[in-house]
Write a protein that binds this ligand. Structure first.
Ligand SMILES: [Mg+2]
Length: 228
């Protein structure tokens, strides 16, 4: 089904949507970070995604999906300070690298990308699942996909399952104590609030899923013959 693919053009629109939604959640993300850190996670995320949107405007119109993800990662890393800038930046770049040569992002590409993202984060942050970091959300998403039929080629379904699992995993980090990063010094005081990075990652997947679902709904609503 052609609509279950994300082309380079689509990816631009997906990332712009994520940027907008992240900006809308800025205060909420700041408040989560204030519970365990310096309260700037929402600002960092907004600045990083604004830089991604600027980069999209500078990229060649022919830029492929892998180039877009990698350039987005680099733009995010350059624009946002702190650990999350490096971690999310490396994660996007690693995901983009797996797409080299791909014309579009389909179900197998999404699986590969998510898996490479988890590896990249584990390396960059030296965290393990359960340490109350962004890794928990990424690991949750990957685990959910591993439980789905490997031949499932419905990208919209895959992204939506991954997004649900990432959200559950992010919420579950509220019951965890920070074990890596600056907040680990706070010990039990980090209980009760979800990890801001994990929540941000779940927002990224949620908006990707919402974009795909909306497009499917639009295609379904279009009069026969008008959707090429
Ligand atoms: Mg912070």
């Amino acid at each position: 089904m052609a609509c279950a693919l994300i082309t380079a053009q689509d990816l631009r629109s997906v990332l712009s949507r994520v940027a907008q939604k992240i900006a809308e959640q800025e205060s909420y993300l700041n408040s989560l970070d204030a519970a365990v850190g310096d309260g700037d996670h929402g600002i960092t995320m907004r600045l990083g995604f604004q830089a991604i949107v600027r980069k999209l405007g500078e990229l060649d119109l022919q830029a492929s999906v892998d180039v877009i993800w990698r350039e987005a990662g680099m733009a995010f890393m350059n624009a946002s300070g702190g650990a999350i800038g490096v971690i999310l930046g490396k994660m996007f770049m690693a995901g983009g690298t797996t797409l080299r040569g791909a014309q579009q992002l389909g179900a197998p590409e999404f699986r590969n990308m998510l898996s490479a993202m988890e590896t990249a984060i584990a390396k960059a942050g030296r965290a393990k699942p359960g340490d109350k970091t962004i890794l928990d959300a990424v690991h949750g998403a990957n685990s959910a996909l591993a439980g789905l039929n490997a031949t499932s080629d419905d990208l919209a379904l895959l992204v939506s399952r991954a997004a649900q699992a990432a959200n559950r995993a992010a919420q579950d980090t509220a019951d965890m104590v920070c074990r890596v990063g600056r907040a680990s010094r706070l010990g039990d005081r980090t209980l009760g609030c979800p990890d801001p990075g994990a929540v941000s990652f779940s927002i990224i997947l949620r908006e990707m899923a919402a974009w795909l679902a909306e497009r499917q709904a639009n295609l379904g609503a279009a009069p026969t013959g008008t959707n090429d």
